[in-house]
Write a protein that binds this ligand. Structure first.
Ligand code: ACO
Length: 371
């Protein structure tokens, strides 16, 4: 609920604990149209980008005019150079950290160790590094040696190759490209807003991306797709879906992969990702189970919260698509960061160019001094 309360300044203060209804800035990057279930990136529908552009081509489209584009080499070459640099500088630090760290925490360590000096090229250095950090963190976690990047292939292919050590199929590469482009940017979501807050202080791009990674990790944001698979596993078969969902809602649990702060319709990214399943071989019955769970969940949520439209969000089919592409669920949030970093970098650049220090107020409700 938004509450207005008297302020002692000339301006009127508004209390909005989740900042809903507050517009913090103009942006040319993306439009999340919650009423109509549409997502537009720089003037184009997400359906016209994901599944059509590689990650590299999407970067060229999305970053143009905001971040310095490459003059003497291609975007693919710039990202490949960044992968090699990350492997040389960040991966040794990640290996030295010992066995106790989780994948995401080790990636953050690697990002901190990157030699970023807030130069114009930082967006390429950081975006190119993330696949290396992900693959290395995954392999170090299982006691395997990290695999060096290849300068001759594109990001999606190299990511899969560095994870497994084998050449990925064209279908798996296409699925990862589709995923990375689908989740490239999405308005002022929690992690992007975090990046902009950090950028608004004048801090460097590496600091903004590190902060954004922290915000992405939570299950209400980018941490949901792993639990989506846990839910599908727990349900097991389509006939158990309705009963399992009712019981979860009765216990006050949230269904992962459903609901959204902005969308009052189905998240358009759900269909973009679901379409990617057509060319992959999911495990037997997985897609059919997901479809039944989705139907039952949307119906149960409509009964549970009749005044609040709760529909499928991006994370539901993220989980099904990435599993079918052979990605372990422990890598879902790290992979989200690997695509969304492109959006974070663009927002940092936009914030620097047009923004202002972001510093909301707070309402003090504690005790006052006696005198
Ligand atoms: N399952 C059950 N109930 C839900 C769900 C859900 N998935 N989503 C919202 N609700 C309920 C809430 O409990 C709340 O009930 P209340 O009014 O009785 O407290 C009501 O619907 C309204 O929910 P809010 O919390 O006000 O909605 P908000 O906009 O803050 O939440 C969010 C959005 C966090 C995504 C929420 O829908 C949720 O928790 N979903 C599950 C987690 C998830 O899928 N996260 C990924 C989001 S997509 C992304 O970030 C990339």
């Amino acid at each position: 609920m938004t509450v207005t309360f008297p302020a002692d300044t000339a301006t009127r203060a508004i209390l909005a604990p989740g900042l809903e209804g507050i517009v913090a800035a103009d942006t040319i990057l993306s439009e999340v149209d919650g009423a109509n279930g549409r997502l537009i990136l720089r003037g184009r529908h997400i359906e016209d980008l994901a599944g059509h552009l590689t990650f590299e081509a999407a970067l060229e489209f999305f970053w143009r005019g905001l971040l310095p584009m490459q003059q003497t080499r291609t975007t693919a070459e710039a990202l490949a150079t960044a992968r090699l640099q990350a492997f040389a500088t960040a991966v040794p630090v990640m290996r030295a950290a010992g066995p106790g760290l989780g994948i995401y925490e080790r990636m953050r360590l690697g990002l901190s160790a990157l030699c970023c000096d807030d130069a114009a090229e930082d967006s390429f250095a950081i975006t190119g590094a993330l696949p290396v950090l992900l693959a290395a963190a995954s392999r170090i976690g299982t006691g395997e040696a990290p695999i060096a990047p290849s300068p001759t292939v594109a990001s999606a292919e190299d990511l899969l190759r560095m994870l497994t050590g084998t050449a990925p199929t064209a279908r798996a590469i296409a699925a990862i490209d589709r995923y990375l482009v689908t989740i490239l940017d999405h308005g002022f979501n929690a992690s992007t807003f975090t990046a902009r807050v950090i950028a608004s202080t004048g801090a460097d791009m590496g600091s903004a991306v590190l902060g954004a990674m922290g915000a992405l990790k939570g299950p209400l944001h980018g941490g949901a797709p792993g639990p989506v698979l846990d839910m599908l596993d727990a349900i097991g078969t389509p006939e158990r879906a309705a009963g399992w969902i009712s019981a979860a809602l009765a216990k006050g649990e949230r269904l992962m992969g459903f609901g959204h702060r902005i969308y009052r319709q189905r998240d358009p990214r759900a269909d973009v990702l679901k379409a990617g399943l057509a060319t992959l071989e999911a495990a037997d019955g997985r897609v059919a189970l997901a479809e039944v769970v989705e139907l039952e969940a949307v119906a149960a949520l409509a009964r549970h919260k009749p005044n609040r439209p709760l529909n499928t969000n991006v994370e539901f089919y993220t989980a099904v698509l990435l599993e079918a592409a052979g990605i372990d669920r422990s890598l879902f949030t790290p992979l989200f960061a690997t695509g969304r970093v492109a959006g974070w970098c663009a927002h940092v650049a936009e914030q620097r160019a047009t923004g202002r220090l972001i510093r909301p107020g707070s309402r003090y409700v504690g005790p006052m001094p006696a005198a």
